[in-house]
Structure formats: C-alpha cells, structure tokens
Design a protein around this ligand. Structure first.
Ligand code: IMP
Ligand code: MG
Length: 173
C-alpha cells in the first residue's frame, strides 16, 4: 500500500472546502446528503467545517464491487432521505470515478424538487469519467489507481484509515 494523500493534507483541504461552502450557502436552507458508506468519514469532517446552519441526511448507493475493483450493478436506497422540497442540497460522496453513481443519484434527488442541487467529492479520477457531468466541488484529483482509506474500501476493509493509499496488485489479489 502506498500513501497518496496524508492525513494532514486531507484535513486542511476539507477545512478549506468547508469555508468555501459556508460562504456559498450562508442564509440558504442547506441540506447535506452523504452517500453511504463511502462518504461517511468525509461527511463527518465536512459538516463540522461548514460553519453555517444546515441539515444532514444520508442515502445508500452501492455498485457491489466486493473483491472486484470495477463496478457492478448500481443499487440506490432513498428510504432515509429527509424531505428535500425547497432545500439547497449538496450531495457528498467519497469519489467520482466513472461518475455513474453521482449521475444516477443526482437524477433521483432532482425528482424530490430541491431548490438547488450540487455535488462534492473527496476524490476525482478525472480520466476515468464515463459521463458528461463533473463534480461541482472536489478536494483532490487523483490518477486512475484503486485507492482506500478515509471512507473508501476494498471488499469493505480499510475505510478507517485516516489517509488515502493506493493498493498494489498484490493487495488486490
Ligand atoms: P462511480 O459510479 O464509478 O463514479 O463510482 C463511485 C463509487 O465506486 C464510489 O462511491 C466508491 O464507492 C466506488 N469506488 C470508485 N473508485 C474507487 C476506488 O478507487 N476505491 C474504492 N472505491 C471506489
Ligand atoms: Mg460509494
């Protein structure tokens, strides 16, 4: 495993993004929605870095990777979503890879009639994108390597690591 982005780099960039978002959303009815499970570490840190009143909710999306590093069929569960009517919604995920998760979930949230809708991710694998869409906010662009830590998993392991590391071929075996 090789560390790509260390804990301090993540913390300072998340604080910086939080300040930017607080400016953008001051005096607006903001709801931040985290996509489980990958966004949960970013969500916890980012909401504490956004110093304006806001609501928080979650939804679940999973592309059933298991031990594979390529996505399978996407399943979305909106059962725990709060009422988003007339809210300014910021959708938060761990990573924008092919972009298909974000594209699908954004479309489903749009159906709930929010006042506005934007996306924020920790990582953006810009070269891996398979959609026209781009994330509105991102913390770091990374190359097309499979990474873990700070919420990101491989076969549901490694989410707790406080840094982002890329897995080598032997780790993935
Ligand atoms: P997308 O739909 O291809 O953009 O993939 C988004 C989802 O796939 C993310 O929410 C992650 O859960 C997962 N994912 C994509 N790339 C990685 C990675 O490098 N490590 C761990 N999970 C990843
Ligand atoms: Mg995910």
């Amino acid at each position: 495993m090789k560390v790509l982005i260390d804990e301090e780099q993540i913390n300072s960039r998340v604080i910086e993004l939080g300040r930017e978002l607080a400016q953008e959303y001051q005096n607006r009815p903001l709801t931040i929605i985290g996509i489980l499970a990958g966004s949960l570490v970013l969500l916890a840190d980012l909401i504490r870095a956004i110093d304006v009143p806001h609501q928080v909710g979650v939804l679940q999306a999973s592309s059933y990777r298991g031990k594979s590093t390529t996505p399978g069929e996407l399943q979305v569960n909106l059962d725990y979503l709060p009422d988003l009517t007339d809210r300014d919604v910021l959708l938060v995920d761990d990573i924008f890879d092919t972009g298909k998760t974000m594209q699908t979930v954004l479309a489903q949230i749009q159906d709930q009639n929010p006042r506005s809708l934007k996306s924020a991710v920790l990582l953006w694998k810009e070269e891996a994108s398979q959609v026209e869409l781009e994330p509105d906010y991102h913390c770091f662009k990374i190359p097309e390597h499979f990474v873990v830590g700070y919420g990101l998993d491989f076969n549901n392991e490694y989410r707790h690591l406080p840094f982002i590391a890329s897995l080598e071929g032997s780790d993935l075996a």
